[in-house]
Design a protein around this ligand. Structure first.
Ligand SMILES: Cc1cc2nc3c(=O)[nH]c(=O)nc-3n(C[C@H](O)[C@H](O)[C@H](O)COP(=O)(O)O)c2cc1C
Length: 198
């Protein structure tokens, strides 16, 4: 499969099964390579990943739901969230993306001239590793979506799993073999968003 074919194949897929197309050893390799091969500002390599499977995957979505309940109470909106969270939980596992803030802080201290850029570059580098993982999963015939429940769960998660306190949770990616194809999405033609200057 060419890179452009993989780019075309990648979509947000919210209708997944609890099955993985890859055994855990291959998932581990895929994630390790996405981390190693994705570029980072100043080669900081500050992105981190936790792969949550089985009971840990369930625990993650349990605390997301508890966090939403705490925020909005048992309202009709909560019932909708409950359905959404159960659909996200219906997946083979969740990839949790983190930033190791100690690395960005150290760069800020060592290179004051660029201090205000390091956090921006760290976020951009995060996007790159998240995209690399998403593409690699697509290539392996798995669907995934990108979620942002970090603020609701970060403190609880860090203490429950004894995560390094300098790791900041950025995003979550539930993945699995798709149950159905994602619906059509509107695309603004690339040529309308692109200029060539000579
Ligand atoms: C930076 C970024 C943040 C996103 N955050 C979320 C999110 O929190 N929840 C969600 O369901 N999708 C999220 N998405 C997915 C987008 O909604 C989705 O990529 C977009 O609608 C295009 O659809 P596609 O992924 O199927 O091509 C995010 C995507 C990006 C790139």
């Amino acid at each position: 499969m060419t890179l452009l074919e993989t780019l075309k194949k990648r979509r947000s897929n919210y209708d997944l099964t609890a099955k993985s197309a890859l055994p855990v050893e291959e998932l581990e390799l895929l994630l390790a390579q996405a981390l190693e091969l994705s570029p980072t500002g100043f080669n900081s390599q500050s992105s981190r990943i936790i792969l949550a499977l089985g009971a840990k995957h369930d625990f993650f979505w349990d605390i997301v739901l508890a966090g939403i309940k705490k925020e909005i109470g048992e309202t009709p909106a909560f019932e909708k969230s409950k359905a959404k969270i159960s659909s996200l939980r219906r997946s083979a596992g969740t990839i949790l993306f983190f930033e190791d803030e100690s690395i960005t802080d150290d760069l800020k201290a060592r290179f004051p001239l660029y201090a205000r850029n390091f956090s921006i570059w760290a976020e951009q580098s995060q996007g790159m590793v998240q995209f690399a993982v998403w593409l690699a999963l697509s290539e392996a015939h798995m669907g995934a979506s990108l979620q942002h429940y970090s603020e609701l769960v970060a403190t609880k998660l860090t203490s429950a799993w004894n995560i390094n306190p300098t790791w900041r949770l950025v995003a979550q990616m539930p993945f699995g073999i798709p149950n159905s194809q994602p619906p059509h999405k509107d695309i603004v033609p690339g040529k309308q968003r692109l200029q060539i200057v000579k």
